[in-house]
Structures are given as structure tokens and as C-alpha cells.
Design a protein around this ligand. Structure first.
Ligand code: LIP
Length: 279
């Protein structure tokens, strides 16, 4: 028997391309910005339109599959991961970038079966880079194999993270203290491209050596996590322990040595879980 999920992956790439085209076209016109949980949690009609397109076209072919989509969850859908074949979708990863026309904007889709990631597709649609990874079969950018830098020394690493406002003053202090501690290790530098999925693909393709974040969601992580691991990198929890897709925290790195040492400098703050309403 061939690969039962190959057709799903091919369809995923096709729908990500269509989604990317819509996003690029939307950048030509006016963008109306709405807010979700806070002043800095942005959403646009394009996020909602693209998510509807992705879900409806996949559902038409695979009607029994389940979906966890960022905008569907914002509208009240469940984000509990089950054993079903499940598509985990971020229609625009980097909405703030999209709103500002800052050029790291991606469509991120991960596919799980029995809660395990089977493949990931991240389309960085302004750069026109299509990252794909099927577990066990390698990671690619526009069809060309990619691999992590292999960097083992945190002192020689370029580190990515998100720098953003937090409503909770204590979390904000911890975020800034972590940044200060990591910069002072010292590392070669810290960058913040603003799309979790693109950050992971940068680690996967060797343009950066590590990425850490607390407070993202499964739809930000699912596609990119497959790309990093298939490119020879590691994805672990922010503590350095095993990665949990629903935990809202991760380190992605070029090597276990970099991931573990980075984890030792990070003070955690509570971020809750994506599946907190169910399991
Ligand atoms: C965003 C990320 C960004 C991260 C934010 C947010 P969105 O995704 O990719 O890098 O820092 O927490 O999740 O909301 O643009 O899809």
C-alpha cells in the first residue's frame, strides 16, 4: 500500500497556494483591522476568508476529517485534538505583519492522525517559499531539500522569538527578563520576524539556529514543527522536555544541545493549554 496521506498533502499544498494568492491580492487593497482578545490581537476579513476557503475545499474531499482553525476557534469552535485525521490551520500566520505589509506572512497547516503530526505545509506567501515536510520523508522549500544549520553552540546562535506587549505585567516582566538574559549569554543576536511558522522554517533552513516562544497556539506550531524535525532539527517544550502540540510553548532548534541550553536560561510563565476546555 502506498502512503495513505500523500493525497492529503498534495491537496494541502494546492490549497495553501490558493490561499497565498488571496493574501497577496489583499495586500494590494485596503485592509480593515478588527481586534480579538486584546488591542494587539488583530484579525482581518482575509484571515476569515482564507480559513473558510481552506476548510471548505478540504472538507469537500475529506468529509470525515476534523479541523482546528484559528478563526473558527476565535468564533467558538473547539480546539480539542482527537485521534481523528485533523487539519490544524492558521490561515494567516503573522496577521500583524500582514496588516503592516511586513513581508513575513504565511499559511500554516499541520495534519495529525491519532494526535501525531503526519505532515506540515507552511507557505511564506510574500517570499513565495513553499515549505513541506512529511514525517520520515524530509523537509523541502519549493521542492529543494533543506536542513538545519547543525549549530551546537548557543553562543554562536542567532535566536528568534516574539517581542510583543503582554496585558499581564508579570508576564511582560518575565518576557523582557528572558530576552535580557539570552542576549547577555551572549548569543550572536535575537530577531523577531513575527510569524511563528516562518520562524520555524528559518530554523529548518539554517537561517537561524533557535526559536523560542510561550503563548502561541497549535495552529502556529503544527506545520512548522514537522518542517523543523524533518530538516534535522529538534522541537521541544520550553522546559527542554518533550514537545506537546497543545501546550502553547516550544523551542525549535538546530540541535538538542542548543535547545537544552536555551531552555536553561528561560523562566516560564503560565500560558494555559489549547485543549483546556476538553481533555
Ligand atoms: C501570531 C504568530 C506570531 C506570534 C503570535 C501569534 P497570528 O499568529 O505567528 O509570531 O508571536 O503569538 O500567534 O495570530 O498572526 O496567526
Amino acid at each position: 500500500m502506498g502512503d495513505p496521506w500523500q493525497e492529503c498533502m498534495e491537496d494541502c499544498v494546492e490549497v495553501a497556494k490558493q490561499a497565498g494568492k488571496i493574501i497577496r491580492e489583499a495586500l494590494e487593497g485596503d485592509i480593515t483591522v478588527m481586534h480579538k482578545s486584546s488591542q494587539v490581537d488583530l484579525v482581518t476579513e482575509t484571515d476569515q476568508r482564507v480559513e473558510k476557503l481552506i476548510i471548505s475545499s478540504i472538507k469537500a474531499k475529506f468529509p470525515t476529517h476534523s479541523f482546528i482553525g484559528e478563526e473558527s476557534v476565535a468564533a467558538g469552535a473547539s480546539s480539542v485534538l482527537t485521534d481523528d485525521p485533523t487539519w490544524i490551520i492558521d490561515p494567516i500566520d503573522g496577521t500583524t505583519n500582514f496588516v503592516h505589509r511586513f513581508p513575513f506572512v504565511s499559511v500554516s497547516i499541520g495534519f495529525t492522525v491519532k494526535k501525531e503530526i503526519i505532515f506540515g505545509v507552511v507557505y511564506s506567501c510574500i517570499e513565495d517559499k513553499m515549505y513541506t515536510a512529511r514525517i520520515g520523508k524530509g523537509a523541502f522549500c519549493n521542492g529543494v531539500p533543506i536542513k538545519v544549520s547543525g549549530q551546537e553552540d548557543l553562543n554562536r546562535s542567532l535566536v528568534l522569538t516574539e517581542v510583543g506587549f503582554k496585558n499581564d505585567p508579570q508576564r511582560f516582566e518575565t518576557l523582557m527578563a528572558n530576552l535580557r538574559r539570552i542576549i547577555s549569554i551572549p548569543v550572536h543576536g535575537i530577531r523577531s520576524p513575527g510569524s511563528a511558522a516562518v520562524n520555524m522554517c528559518m530554523v529548518a533552513s539554517g537561517s537561524a539556529d533557535a526559536y523560542y516562544h510561550m503563548g502561541i497556539h497549535c495552529w502556529d506550531m503544527a506545520g512548522g514543527a514537522a518542517v523543523v524535525t524533518e530538516a534535522g532539527g529538534v522541537v521541544v517544550d520550553i522546559s527542554g522536555g518533550p514537545f506537546d502540540l497543545m501546550s502553547r510553548r516550544l523551542i525549535a532548534a538546530s540541535s538538542r544541545a542548543v535547545a537544552e541550553r536555551l531552555a536553561s536560561y528561560i523562566t516560564e510563565f503560565p500560558v494555559g493549554r489549547d485543549d483546556a476546555d476538553g481533555s
